[in-house]
Design a protein around this ligand. Structure first.
Ligand code: NI
Length: 191
């Protein structure tokens, strides 16, 4: 369909929650194609509808590597129905060009969603895999949550954001993840 302009960090649009999809209409199909076209054109692993200007609960993920065939997964009205464990994830986001930092994520998630035909499916992603982390990252976008809200070291994150000409971490958006931090310590992942 079309490669869309990606909404960048600093735009309040990314902070607003998205609405449920009531019908997998032509408009939603077009949105899915635009998401895939834009994600592949930007070499991204995932992209959520609000990042291309639509507040609808839709995101796409493809964790295939260069030598593998494309493997797009479409999620409509996703719900995370199980989550456990914690990992440190070095993440970036197409709305934050070139800026990467460490964030906390659950290690395992189970997600329920509709596919591009409106058919329900359940997917489990484990062991802090790229898929497990991408599902959480993209799901957050639908809630107006951004990866830097999960940051472990906000000063380091601010430095990275500044280097890339982006606004600093929004202090009032930082998530209290004391429980995850405990899990990371128990795991021996961090000191
Ligand atoms: Ni993102």
């Amino acid at each position: 369909m079309a490669i869309k302009k990606i909404v960048k960090y600093g735009d309040d649009f990314l902070r607003q929650p998205s609405k449920e999809v009531h019908k997998v209409s032509k408009k939603v199909q077009d949105l899915i194609r635009d998401l895939l076209d834009t994600m592949y054109a930007s070499n991204g692993v995932g992209l959520a509808a609000p990042q291309i200007g639509e507040h609808l609960r839709v995101f796409v993920i493809d964790t295939s590597t260069n030598d593998e065939p494309l493997n797009p997964i479409v999620f409509i009205n996703p719900k995370i129905i199980k989550k456990s464990g914690a990992v440190v994830s070095h993440e970036g986001c197409l709305s934050f060009p070139e800026a990467y930092t460490d964030v906390r994520r659950y290690k395992n998630v189970m997600v329920k969603a509709l596919d591009r035909h409106g058919k329900p499916f359940v997917l489990e992603a484990k062991d802090g895999s790229l898929l497990a982390r991408a599902i959480q990252h993209e799901f957050d976008h639908l809630e107006g949550i951004l990866f830097i809200d999960h940051v472990r070291n906000r000063f380091e994150a601010d430095k990275v954001l500044m280097e890339h000409g982006l606004p600093p971490v929004e202090e009032d958006k930082l998530l209290d993840e004391a429980e995850m931090e405990e899990m990371l310590k128990e795991d021996g992942t961090v000191d």
